[in-house]
Design a protein around this ligand. Structure first.
Ligand code: SF4
Length: 254
């Protein structure tokens, strides 16, 4: 089978496995997603989701955040670690969005990467999820899986992005980014991938990197695929949003 055909087949299986895959950061608009993505460096989306409702209630837009006292912003993001530099980053970002873009997040890659603290990965997250512009988000999970699945041999995220972009039409880029990141968080872990229960095992050149015994592999599953969390999985499959499921009392953590 050609590399492209195999890659597309893998994507179709992942789409069936995770039809509910979305950005795991909570947001209502491009500004909120931009801030949440910058805050998510070196921490988990779950932690960021715990902080952002209070942050956006106190400072609803870039103007309010830019003008807020630095100590107050630091206090609000303290639980994320590196809180001084994170507070500084989002306030600098807010000031630039106000000064150069009149308070509206710009909608092109070229403009987004000129904002302080915004690299290509963050820009692609915002483009793909808030502007509907196809974008491939190469985070640590995406890079690892692209290599394991034989889609790229590169370590540099920009080169991985180019290799994967050549295998899929742009219309699939954003969705594929979510699916690969979901798969990396739930099944194809960095240390012990759960190969024995992996839905793309028969298409994966790295099958066997983790336990192939289904019993052993099952114990490695994460999030809603974890044994005992069938209700949560059923909720996702039924089309409930992350916020709805949380409001119903489900814990969405690993
Ligand atoms: S077979 Fe193993 S290495 Fe390949 S994608 Fe599945 S979990 Fe990852």
């Amino acid at each position: 089978m050609s590399r492209t055909r195999r890659a597309r087949r893998i994507q179709r299986v992942l789409a069936q496995t995770y039809p509910y895959a979305v950005a795991e950061l909570d947001f209502d608009d491009a500004w909120q997603l931009l801030v949440a993505t910058v805050l998510s460096a070196q921490t988990t989306d779950i932690r960021v989701n715990a902080v952002t409702p209070g942050l956006f209630a106190a400072y609803p837009g870039p103007r309010e955040l830019a003008e807020a006292p630095a100590e107050d912003v630091q206090e609000m993001v303290r639980s994320l670690g590196f809180y001084r530099s994170k507070a500084r980053s989002i306030q600098a970002l807010a000031a630039r969005v106000v000064d150069e873009y009149d308070g509206a997040v710009p909608g092109t890659l070229e403009q987004l990467v000129t904002l302080p603290g915004v690299g290509r990965k963050t820009a692609n997250v915002v483009l793909g999820n808030a502007f509907g512009v196809p974008g491939i988000t190469v985070d640590t999970h995406f890079g690892r899986l692209a290599r394991r699945l034989g889609w790229s041999t590169q370590d540099d995220p920009v080169k991985v992005e180019a290799d994967v972009a050549a295998l899929f039409p742009p219309a699939l880029w954003t969705e594929l980014s979510h699916e690969l990141i979901y798969h990396g968080r739930r099944i194809c872990h960095s240390r012990r991938p759960a190969c024995g229960v992996c839905p793309v095992a028969d298409l994966c050149p790295s099958y066997g990197e983790g336990p192939t015994d289904p019993e052993a592999a099952r114990t490695l599953l994460g999030y809603e695929l974890k044994p005992g969390r069938e209700d949560l999985l059923a909720g996702f499959m039924a089309g409930r949003t992350r916020r709805q499921l949380r409001a119903e009392g489900h814990t969405l953590s690993a």
